[in-house]
Ligand binder design. Structure first.
Ligand code: NI
Length: 171
């Protein structure tokens, strides 16, 4: 169990298309536990592996944040979607920034669980939005890629300043 370092935008490692998982073993399950630790430590409701610099198609989610309904999605695929929705989204890799992002209202996602078993999940509301946000991460897409260049550049400047502060604090 460990809290991992979360990459902050802009970072090339957040902009890559991640590889599908080919082996679901104890090492992967230990990594998933670390992802949950990291997510709760940062008070997030979802985390994608590339955010902790692992370019694999793995997502952890807990939209209530009370550990009663933890969701793991390995190699997820949205197989159906409908409706339009959108909320002010945030991201652990873009701390403090929020923006309205258009999303599908309903999604059906197919994935493997931590034991390698395939399952299908139908989601709406916050869960559906979270699934789309996290799957975007696996394709190197962040919520800022869905907003205007003007807004994105403003957030980018803020994050570059934040990264400098963090680097200075570590010196
Ligand atoms: Ni995010």
């Amino acid at each position: 169990m460990a809290v991992l370092n979360v990459l902050i935008y802009p970072d090339d490692h957040l902009a890559q298309v991640c590889e599908p998982v080919t082996e679901i073993d104890d090492a992967l399950r230990a990594f998933i536990d670390d992802m949950f630790d990291t997510m709760y430590d940062h008070e997030g409701i979802g985390l994608a592996a590339p955010q902790v610099d692992v370019q694999k198609r793995v997502i952890t989610m807990d939209i209530e944040g009370d550990k009663t309904n933890q969701i793991v999605l390995i190699n997820p695929e949205i197989i159906a979607s409908s409706g339009e929705t959108g909320i002010e989204e945030g991201c652990l890799s873009i701390p403090g920034a929020r923006a309205l992002v258009p999303r599908k209202e309903f999604v059906t996602v197919k994935a493997l669980n931590r034991h390698g078993e395939e399952f299908t999940l139908e989601a709406d509301g916050l869960l559906a939005i979270c699934i789309q946000h996290e799957i975007d991460h696996l394709n190197g897409v962040l919520f800022v890629d869905h907003i205007s260049k003007l807004k994105r550049d403003r957030i980018r400047e803020k994050m570059l300043k934040l990264k400098k502060q963090i680097a200075r604090a570590k010196e």
